[in-house]
Design a protein around this ligand. Structure first.
Ligand SMILES: O=C(O)c1ccccc1NCC(=O)[C@H](O)[C@H](O)COP(=O)(O)O
Length: 209
């Protein structure tokens, strides 16, 4: 199972996180988020090893700005966390054919999976997060039993309030399309500052115990 840690913005914290066996590091380009990276110097990311993908998280951002940030931060993954339509995804895909596109869906009931179907041909992954007004970073879990109703072809990231307490429940999920876990606010000392030891503990419990 792959691991994404989202909402990084502190240079020392990024440096420390880069030493953990994670697969994706998320940077939030949404000004209303307390994890908004604002003016992070992009050279801070030079220390990231090649095996950690840089994910840019955007919420209904204008496409020009997304393209600009892809260039500036050398993003290899774009996570669209708002209500971006198919055409929006296609426009980004047309500019960056090799970019990995991740479309987030806020889930509260089975019917929320219906809308994922039309994204199958333009995105690489889905991300299922909890439905809340602030789009993401809520620290709230949705009912994971609903996942059984997801029959789509794209693999997904599981997101929304995942904590160290959830290791067993995660190991019990047998969905064939579960690809990665997305960790965020339940591993923070403050918004945007991760507790590296707690993350390490989670990863060890998930992978070794
Ligand atoms: O984290 C945020 O502040 C955020 C705000 C607006 C849109 C997306 C945001 N985060 C994106 C993520 O991928 C988070 O990891 C995901 O929402 C889960 O967060 P959490 O519930 O805190 O584990």
């Amino acid at each position: 199972m792959k691991i994404k840690v989202c909402g990084m913005k502190n240079p020392e914290n990024i440096l420390a996180l880069a030493k953990l066996p994670i697969d994706y590091m998320g940077l939030i380009f949404y000004p209303k988020s307390p994890r908004y990276i604002q003016s992070l110097d992009s050279s801070v990311l030079n220390i990231l090893p090649d095996n950690i993908d840089r994910v840019g998280v955007f919420v209904n951002e204008n496409i020009e700005s997304v393209l600009e940030q892809i260039n500036k931060y050398k993003l290899s993954v774009v996570q669209l966390h708002g209500s971006e339509p198919i055409e929006y995804c296609s426009a980004i895909r047309a500019e960056y054919p090799n970019l990995t596109l991740l479309k987030a869906f806020n889930i509260s009931e089975e019917a929320d999976f219906f809308a994922t179907k039309e994204y199958e041909n333009v995105c690489d992954f889905l991300l299922f997060d909890t439905k809340t007004p602030q789009h993401g970073g809520s620290g709230i879990k949705f009912d994971w039993s609903i996942l059984n109703q997801y029959k789509g072809k794209l693999p997904f990231f599981l997101s929304g309030g995942i904590s160290i307490e959830d290791v067993k429940a995660i190991k019990d999920i047998s969905h064939p399309k579960l690809y990665a876990l997305d960790l965020n606010s339940k591993f923070e000392l403050e918004p945007g500052l991760k507790n590296i030891e707690l993350l390490e503990q989670f990863i060890n419990q998930l992978k070794n115990e």
